[in-house]
Design a protein around this ligand. Structure first.
Ligand code: ADP
Length: 191
């Protein structure tokens, strides 16, 4: 499998996090999740965490400036030099452009954008279930719908951004974890 610099796209609850962990093990490249990094910053009450908490709880996006900063810091670590699975970043066109700029400076660009496709109602149900299991502060119905709206406005346009470079491979995300995982590997092998 040749593609190792991978951006995962998909609506909230599409299964990006779960699939990213599996793919990361499979390819031996790090899983980089800005959502996880931000939640860690919130838990540690760092200045970034203190600033991000209310924004995240409301289902809104943390500022490009903060997110680009933490993503750049992580992507310039040694273990990311050969590849990575980006989960939850980029989420805006500004972030996508910043990522391209960074990759231009430190090496080669994105190899593939794997887009996990799901239907909206299926997702709301999934996220409400996750809310019960994990108790994430941003998994209540109002916030979930707000995150979907923000995804449609800010993040969905990235599909066009990467499609213009023929980098997008779509993977249906409503199957079992194993089925989706196999479809992701197949999509990468065909990439
Ligand atoms: P999900 O995939 O369920 O939307 P994430 O774990 O990726 O959730 O992100 C949780 C929250 O963290 C987002 O709703 C947002 O507030 C913040 N966040 C994560 N990544 C970014 C990003 N790249 N840009 C802006 N905000 C982000």
């Amino acid at each position: 499998m040749s593609s190792t610099k991978i951006v995962l796209l998909g609506a909230p609850g599409a299964g990006k996090g779960t699939q990213a962990v599996l793919l990361s093990k499979n390819l031996g490249v790090p899983h980089i999740s800005t959502g996880d990094m931000l939640r860690a910053a919130v838990a540690a009450e760092t200045p970034v965490g203190l600033e991000a908490k209310a924004v995240m709880d409301a289902g809104h996006l943390v500022s490009d400036q903060i997110v680009i900063g933490i993503a750049e810091e992580r992507l310039t670590q040694d273990d990311a030099a050969q590849g990575f699975i980006l989960d939850g970043f980029p989420r805006t066109l500004g972030q996508a452009e910043a990522l391209d700029g960074l990759l231009d400076r430190i090496g080669s660009g994105i190899d593939c954008c794997l887009a996990i496709t799901v239907d909206t109602e299926g997702i709301v149900e999934r996220l409400l279930k996750r809310a019960e299991l994990e108790g994430r502060a941003d998994d209540n119905e109002t916030t979930i719908r707000e995150r979907m709206r923000v995804y449609g406005m800010e993040t969905a346009p990235l599909l066009g951004y990467y499609a213009a470079r023929s980098l997008v491979r779509e993977v249906p995300g409503m199957g079992s974890v194993d089925e989706v995982s196999q479809a992701m590997v197949a999509a990468l092998e065909a990439a």
